[in-house]
Design a protein around this ligand. Structure first.
Ligand code: F0G
Length: 461
């Protein structure tokens, strides 16, 4: 019986338009995944039932955002949508200078080119694929300074994205502040399972780096989700709005890269934001070379308008409660079925621990890649590998990196799927778990030079 006092949360929106999904047969899926080289990135989306590949660019825009598209001012220079976006960025994040880019990695490219010199070290809270690659292409080396708990899939630490201040201090002592152009703080930490950084940690990182004259740059791709976790988990912040927490976090930093395809509820877009005028001048010149003029950066006017509106929607408490509520709901369902997942559950999805799910496979048999293929075969649900394939190879030795975390990501697009979809996902994962002993590993038969997880091909062992 439902107790009388109980009040469930529900989405703070209703559905105006729907997109029909295609159901496939097991035989069709077997053919599709084989043709895709057992890489879910190479499947056609038409062959997918529930698409949990990524939360990037896959959100449903609001009617306000769609209306914003109609207000696109498609001038080459000085579009009014750029100024609307600039206003939205100042209001919500507080940064002085804005450079739009086509998406997050466009901003990472520009930032890395203007800030990193050959031989520099860039500390960060766990690597992210594109971020680290741009640092390396600019001649730098990434150094992981995340707390050890982040590498433990079930450690209960509420802020597993935190930076380990001792590790950071030691790194500064070893290399000297002059070789560290900035510390990159990602909120939340994607590869650790969408784990947040606490406000206390942000302040401590700011204090430590300030003593050494080192800048702090945010990867603020999922900052609103991070702020929601601060509100829910960190002492002293329960009464603060997500909006005010987002702005406070930015205030401890000197700039940010942003993939608006996540938090900001748009299908394309990003930016680089900076407070330093000189670096901004350099970056706004560089963006002309790689993206487009500094008032559009590879985006149409209408894209910038949708982004300006999406940023405002992303920091609403009700939105975030429903967004994270849905992810937590799926996490609960999977835990009830004894599926090994990363806990505490993070912001943008559920991460299955493939090492525990498939203990009979060695890491170089690509357990997470094999499990993602198997999940697709079961019910047409598309997920993504976040393990040894994503980690890539050490550029100097050519060996695989062997990350501690070997995960399959079930990423939840924002405002797209229903609770019933979450139930179907949980049932399918439980089904695969029941026959896990029969799942075999994979052999990599082709890999590209950069970001191999996107395009590598495999065969069943
Ligand atoms: N930083 C983080 C933390 C990200 O998650 C991403 C993208 C980027 C930067 C790059 O942004 O894709 O707009 O160029 N993550 C996507 C994902 C690809 O599926 O996690 P982008």
């Amino acid at each position: 019986m439902i107790p009388h006092q109980k009040r469930s949360w529900a989405e703070p929106f209703k559905i105006k338009m729907v997109e029909l999904l295609k159901m496939t047969t097991p035989a069709q899926r077997r053919k599709a995944i084989k043709e895709a080289g057992y890489n879910t990135f190479l499947l056609r989306s038409e062959d997918v039932y529930i698409d949990l590949l990524t939360d990037s660019g896959t959100s449903a825009m609001s009617d306000q955002q769609w209306a914003g598209l109609m207000l696109g001012d498609e001038a080459y220079a000085g579009s009014k949508n750029f100024y609307n976006l600039e206003r939205s960025v100042k209001e919500h994040y507080g940064y002085k200078y804005l450079i739009p880019t086509h998406q997050g990695r466009g901003a990472e490219n520009i930032l890395s080119k203007v800030m990193i010199k050959k031989g520099d070290i860039i500390p960060g809270n766990m690597y992210f694929t594109t971020t680290r690659l741009h640092q390396e292409l600019a001649g730098g080396t990434f150094a992981d300074v995340i707390i050890d708990e982040a590498h433990d899939p079930t450690h209960p630490h509420p802020f597993k994205g935190n930076i380990d201040l001792d590790k950071l201090e030691k790194l500064i002592k070893k290399h000297g502040a002059a070789r560290i152009p900035y510390v990159c703080v990602a909120v939340t930490v994607n590869m650790a399972g969408g784990q947040p950084v606490s406000m206390a940690n942000m302040k401590e990182v700011r204090a430590l780096t300030a003593r050494h004259g080192i800048k702090v740059i945010l990867d603020m791709t999922r900052i609103a989700e991070n702020a929601f976790f601060i509100q829910q988990r960190e002492k002293g912040y329960a009464r603060r709005s997500v909006k005010s927490l987002v702005k406070e976090m930015c205030s401890y930093t000197d700039g940010a890269t942003f993939s608006a395809k996540k938090d900001a509820l748009v299908n394309i877009g990003g930016f680089l934001a900076l407070n330093d005028e000189e670096k901004y001048q350099e970056a706004s010149n560089m963006v002309v070379v790689y993206e487009g003029l500094h008032t559009y950066g590879g985006l149409a006017g209408r894209d910038m308008e949708a982004m300006a509106i999406g940023i405002a929607e992303s920091v609403q408490d009700e939105h975030m409660k429903a967004r994270i509520g849905q992810v937590l709901y799926l996490g609960d369902r999977l835990q009830q079925a004894d599926i090994p997942i990363v806990t505490p559950v993070g912001g943008h999805g559920i991460f299955i621990d493939a090492k525990k799910f498939l203990p009979h496979l060695k890491q170089d048999q690509f357990p997470a890649q094999a499990l993602a293929a198997e999940l697709y075969l079961d019910a047409g649900i598309r997920t993504m590998e976040r393990g040894i394939v994503s980690a890539g190879r050490n550029a100097k030795t050519g060996d695989h990196y062997y990350p501690k975390l070997e995960l399959v990501r079930l990423t939840i697009p924002r405002r797209v799927y229903t609770q019933a979809h979450m139930d179907v996902i949980a049932e399918s994962v439980a089904n695969v778990y029941d026959r896990r002993d029969k799942i075999t590993g994979l052999r990599m038969v082709w890999e590209p030079q950069y970001l191999r997880f996107f395009q590598a091909r495999f065969q069943v062992l």
